[in-house]
Design a protein. Structure first.
Length: 682
């Protein structure tokens, strides 16, 4: 708070008084104690010559003046006013004569300004108005002049006001319940009715208060009120939690509020905030959201976030400086276009430096082209930092992509990864604007899987791939209803020295399509490390059903098109340039038999082979296990780590062959990559 001049001034005034009078009492420990001492110092000072009175207690005249100021402060606070007029002062009985308004007290905390030849009055700072209002309300509560039924009601009022102008009032009101402050103010608050059991009841209510529909920033004020009442238990619990480093410990909602405050106030920036790692309730995770102001990576996926929470993140992005670099909102079903719009207000801030932005799998809230419009408009003002944008699995359609295309054509954008799965819509995707959406030459990864692109759209995509400045390294085209014609177009368009991963899984490529890709694999300088080309005729249809009815996808995949012939051609191509290849996925192709696996084993025996992952679960027998084990043993330094042999028809003898290889010193195959029985998946 010392960043705000008035708090420094209040603190300095109190400390100066303590040093001059050589008081032996402890220094103020809470904000309420600080302002209480400040009020006493200003009350005892005389305007003339700046002398101080000898009496340490408030006189009757002092109390009357303070209560009138408190009433004025409270009534105007309720109206949201910080400027008052002559009639407002007269309404609470304040004398306008110079002797009263400009007494020693009012000279310091209350001032008059002239606006258009009319006198306007105000407290020198809102915090002083809130403190005087709390003094007045506490006096009324003690004298049965009920303005608020209890402290809980004051807290509810504070939490309901988004502007926060009741926050300090509520903190002061709770702090005035402490015996130390009541003793200092003496007759101003007497008779004292706050018993110890009443204080404990208030503390208990604060700790258990529900904030289901409250702005996350407001919850931290509950923790502040506990501190004002000298309850340090929650703060100590969180300090122990931070010292232990064990995030599995259960946290209550109030503990999450305290943790959020302490992490925000920390001088050290938090590297990662992952809400799902904390063992707490959904409401507890919501209370942690303000921590995004002091962290670099915020993983907020699947936390049922709403527009209100997006406003908190937007505020963090608008802070100066903003340290946030990665934001993940994936899986928040209630986010919707309104949430993205609220977040966009922060993304367009000149202080925003977000590099990674994810909105994956928000399909249940129907994220649409409106979100694309909000994002594109916001990022247009500040595009240079963004490197990765993930809008996968949303109903964006072509119209949404067209909105993004405007942003993606910005010369200042340096986007490297774009994921925009549109979920089975838009067969004219590339033909109606997607070509311009992938124009940025800095893009390293393009994920277009699960779109009904079909072969004509891929032909248009190839025009982009053949551009001289295209720097694409990773291309995903899974479940796009492609055929061998797409392979014919892709093979000459791909740049061998750049492409490191190509996913053509679950398309009707058949052997003829794989043969077309072999020409690309045999190109000198090819650095492809990952190739997925599962050719499944009906997988697209079954995938739609699984999305609609929650069916288990892997139980429905069948009727593949790849056979031993295609595998033989693929293996020949890999042998011509084996050193870069890392992952080979040929699973769920029933046409692949022991003969095809035998051909693959020749590739594994190659001393230059660096294959780490092999998936070929396609109805193989003991013979395949024998060949695989033999090939791995023959390699002087086998690199294979992941071997997927699901649904193979083998006996214990076949498994034993691979187990024997695992006993060989220097092997890298993980022990859980295959099982003892063919009845289980591996």
């Amino acid at each position: 708070m010392c960043q705000i001049p008035v708090f420094s001034w209040v603190t300095a005034t109190v400390l100066e008084h303590v040093l001059r009078t050589c008081q032996s009492e402890p220094l103020p420990q809470t904000l309420t104690e600080l302002y209480t001492n400040f009020l006493l110092v200003q009350t005892h000072r005389k305007r003339k010559y700046g002398a101080e009175s000898s009496s340490s207690e408030l006189s009757t005249a002092d109390c009357e003046l303070l209560l009138k100021l408190g009433r004025l402060a409270f009534e105007q606070l309720q109206k949201g006013n910080i400027m008052f007029y002559q009639e407002d002062l007269e309404q609470v009985g304040l004398d306008l004569s110079e002797a009263v308004v400009y007494s020693g007290l009012c000279t310091e905390i209350f001032k008059r300004e002239s606006v258009f030849n009319q006198s306007v009055y105000c407290f020198i700072h809102l915090s002083l108005q809130e403190f005087m209002a709390a003094v007045y309300v506490h006096h009324c509560l003690n004298n049965n002049k009920t303005e608020l039924e209890e402290d809980d009601e004051a807290m509810k009022i504070s939490l309901a006001v988004d502007t926060g102008h009741f926050d300090l009032f509520t903190r002061f009101l709770h702090g005035l319940s402490v015996e130390t402050n009541q003793r200092l103010l003496g007759p101003l608050l007497s008779p004292i009715k706050t018993a110890e059991d009443m204080i404990q009841k208030v503390v208990k209510n604060l700790k258990e208060m529900s904030l289901m529909d409250i702005f996350p920033d407001r919850s931290i004020n509950i923790f502040h009120c506990l501190v004002e009442m000298n309850d340090q238990s929650v703060q100590q619990q969180i300090q122990d939690f931070l010292n232990s480093g064990d995030q599995s410990q259960p946290l209550s909602e109030i503990q999450c509020s305290a943790l959020a405050y302490m992490l925000q106030m920390s001088e050290q920036v938090l590297e990662e905030l992952n809400l799902n790692k904390y063992n707490t309730t959904r409401e507890g995770r919501w209370r942690l959201i303000p921590v995004v102001r002091n962290c670099r990576k915020a993983l907020l996926s699947e936390c049922a976030l709403t527009e209100t929470h997006c406003e908190v993140v937007a505020s963090a992005l608008n802070s100066n400086p903003s340290v946030l670099r990665e934001l993940d909102f994936s899986g928040n079903f209630f986010l919707g276009d309104t949430g993205v719009k609220a977040l966009s207000a922060g993304l367009q801030s000149p202080h925003c430096a977000v590099e990674v932005l994810r909105f994956e799998k928000i399909k249940d809230c129907m994220l649409t082209w409106h979100s694309c419009h909000s994002l594109a408009s916001a990022l247009w003002f500040n595009p240079s930092h963004l490197k990765e944008l993930d809008l996968s699995d949303n109903f964006l359609r072509d119209s949404g992509v067209e909105e993004l295309s405007v942003l993606l054509q910005s010369p200042h954008l340096h986007l490297q990864i774009l994921r925009s799965l549109l979920q089975f819509f838009g067969s004219q995707l590339f033909l109606s604007g997607q070509r311009s959406a992938v124009e940025p030459v800095s893009s390293k990864e393009l994920e277009l899987s699960y779109n009904e692109l079909q072969d004509p759209a891929v032909e248009t995509l190839c025009q982009f791939l053949q551009a001289p400045l295209c720097a694409l390294q990773i291309l995903g085209l899974r479940y796009c209803r492609l055929t061998a014609l797409s392979c014919t177009a892709l093979a000459p368009a791909l740049k061998p020295s750049q492409i490191t991963a190509l996913d053509l899984s679950d398309n009707v490529l058949l052997d003829s399509g794989v043969e077309q890709l072999c020409a690309f694999l045999q190109t000198p300088g090819c650095e492809l490390q990952t190739l997925r080309s599962v050719s499944e005729v009906y997988c697209w249809f079954y995938h739609v059903l699984s999305k609609m009815f929650g069916l288990v996808l892997f139980c429905l995949l069948s009727r593949c098109g790849l056979t031993d012939l295609g595998v033989s051609a693929l293996t020949s191509a890999l042998e011509s340039n084996p050193s870069h290849f890392r992952v080979l996925d040929l699973s769920k192709n029933p046409g692949l038999t022991d003969s095809g696996v035998t051909r693959l084993c020749d590739f594994l025996k190659n001393p230059l082979s660096r294959l780490e992952t092999l998936r070929s679960s396609c109805g193989l027998s003991d013979l395949s296990c024998e060949h695989l084990a033999s090939a791995l043993k023959a390699h002087s330094s086998p690199t294979l780590k992941d071997l997927d042999l699901r649904k193979i028809q083998v006996t214990s003898a076949g498994i034993r062959e691979l187990r024997d290889f695992q006993r060989k010193p220097g092997h890298r195959l993980r022990s859980d990559t295959f099982c003892q029985s063919s009845k289980f998946y591996i």
